[in-house]
Design a protein around this ligand. Structure first.
Ligand SMILES: Cc1cc2nc3c(=O)[nH]c(=O)nc-3n(C[C@H](O)[C@H](O)[C@H](O)COP(=O)(O)OP(=O)(O)OC[C@H]3O[C@@H](n4cnc5c(N)ncnc54)[C@H](O)[C@@H]3O)c2cc1C
Length: 446
């Protein structure tokens, strides 16, 4: 296989042309009670931006989107639209909903290309906020608070911001240029980024951030620790590995940041992917792009599979095979000591099947790097951070807030954004309150 794998990762959803976008926007019925908005977790004003788009007013459409979302070019591409906005569109009853995701994508891309919107920004005088992690949760908190007059610095452990958007979701679904363009817009709101900076290591801790003068800290650190199958015999065999590491390395090779050797998979290999969520679909579709023969092994039925329906359909169309209600009972070694086969339990009974490689995609949980280096942040038995209602999103440590997957378990981009929007309000209220108290001489210790 050639060093250059980029040709196999060309974008699958090219989006609308301007003519197509306007024609699609004209189909909107402008319902009195728009169900599409109800279906959107962050209540995007969909009929309003669709109306502006239908009139060709791209700047106005973008401004409406900006009121609710910091990441429209991303949501337009990766949200489960069929369950949300489009699923609720009245035209969906006839099986032909407005393609809201593609319209949102079109407006955001048009704005990026034409550099349309210039926001009036307030002076950053309300306080200093440290955001740890630059996935959808961290970016949303940063964007919302910067727009409200806070000075925000994002601390990100990876070399580039974006979290799963940059290092998880593959290029063919979410081009990295799109992620970078969205992040540039957040930077333009006055947000500072410190990358290659893992909080909880090298002396940078929550306490040191408070000592540096931050008024509040937001943890949007996601779930970086993938679940393994240690209870299953042979799970540590060479050839059994994590989908997230595979996807990370493929993204890095696509970006030219790693050599092709960083991807162990060889053309023609028989690959099994264990799981039924978006990570499993991405690993399967990525492996097939690298020339593998891929089967997804899912322990439940097709109806119970949590992956976005469109991702499943695309995987089937690309040649990925699926085995339902199937579990791996044992990973079996070959004569060379590495994985050679799996003993599968299926509704028809048990059988052995040859596999050269297995990618696990059975969930993930938070790392404990921050809670183990900070006093007073309580987590549940699986490591998820506990937060409270007032101020919304504050952890058991005063002044430290959390949101997104690190609180709510692995969910979706837009649900991480929804949680983060609510926590941003909690942070704003908290910082305003401590500033008022400071003004009257009461010092609050974080
Ligand atoms: C492969 C894959 C495909 C997916 N596909 C979809 C999809 O199609 N649609 C969808 O809606 N959702 C999808 N999801 C889920 C979605 O991406 C997540 O729910 C979302 O990214 C969670 O956002 P977050 O900001 O909470 O965390 P993350 O995106 O995980 O971001 C956390 C960030 O924090 C950083 N960090 C962690 N610890 C530290 C520290 N100590 N110091 C500094 N930085 C730190 C990490 O490096 C990372 O950048 C997918 C997830 C994966 C893994």
């Amino acid at each position: 296989m050639s060093e250059n794998i980029n040709n196999n990762f060309q974008v699958v959803n090219e989006g609308f042309t301007i003519r197509e976008a306007i024609a699609e926007a004209h189909r909107c019925l402008h319902c009195k009670v728009p169900q599409c908005r109800k279906g959107c977790p962050i209540e995007n004003d969909i009929p309003d931006f669709v109306h502006e788009l239908s009139m060709g007013n791209m700047g106005a459409a973008m401004q409406i989107i900006n009121n609710k979302s910091n990441l429209p070019a991303i949501c337009g591409r990766v949200c489960p639209h069929e369950k949300q906005c489009q699923g609720h569109c009245v035209l969906n009853k006839k099986g032909n909903p407005i393609q809201i995701g593609k319209l949102e994508q079109f407006i955001a891309d048009f704005d990026t290309k034409m550099n349309l919107t210039r926001e009036k920004l307030p002076q950053k005088t309300r306080g200093r906020i440290a955001v740890i992690g630059s996935g959808p949760a961290g970016l949303t908190v940063a964007g919302d608070l910067a727009r409200q007059g806070f000075h925000v610095t994002i601390f990100e452990g990876q070399h580039e911001p974006g979290g799963v958007l940059m290092y998880g979701i593959p290029e063919y679904r979410l081009p990295k240029a799109v992620v970078r363009a969205e992040i540039k817009k957040i930077e333009a709101l006055g947000v500072d980024f410190e990358c290659d900076c893992l909080v909880g290591e090298n002396g940078i801790t929550v306490d040191s951030l408070f000592r540096d003068g931050y008024d509040a800290i937001f943890m949007g650190t996601g779930t970086a620790v993938p679940q393994n199958m240690d209870g299953t015999p042979g799970a540590t065999l060479h050839g059994v590995s994590q989908s997230t590491y595979f996807l990370h390395n493929v993204n890095a090779v696509n970006e030219g940041a790693m050599s092709r050797n960083a991807i162990p998979l060889k053309e023609g290999e028989k690959v099994g992917v264990i799981g039924g969520g978006n990570v499993a679909m991405d690993a399967a579709r990525t492996a097939i792009r690298l020339g593998a023969d891929v089967t997804v092994l899912y322990r439940r039925t097709q109806e119970e599979m949590p992956a976005i329906a469109a991702e499943y359909e695309a995987a089937v169309a690309e040649g990925v095979k699926f085995e339902w209600e199937t579990t791996v009972e044992e990973f079996l070694p070959g004569s060379n000591g590495r994985l050679a086969a799996c003993r599968l339990k299926t509704p028809e009974g048990e059988r052995e099947e040859k596999f050269d490689r297995i990618f696990l995609a059975i969930g993930s949980r938070p790392a404990n790097r921050i809670v183990s280096t900070t006093e007073g942040i309580e987590v549940d038995e699986k490591g998820y951070v506990k937060t409270q209602e007032r101020p919304f999103g504050m952890t058991t440590r005063r002044g430290v807030f959390a949101g997104g997957d690190v609180v709510h378990r692995p969910q979706t981009v837009v649900l991480a954004m929804k949680a983060a929007k609510e926590v941003a309000q909690g942070i704003a209220q908290y910082v305003d309150a401590i500033k008022l108290l400071e003004d009257v001489g009461v010092e609050i210790k974080a």
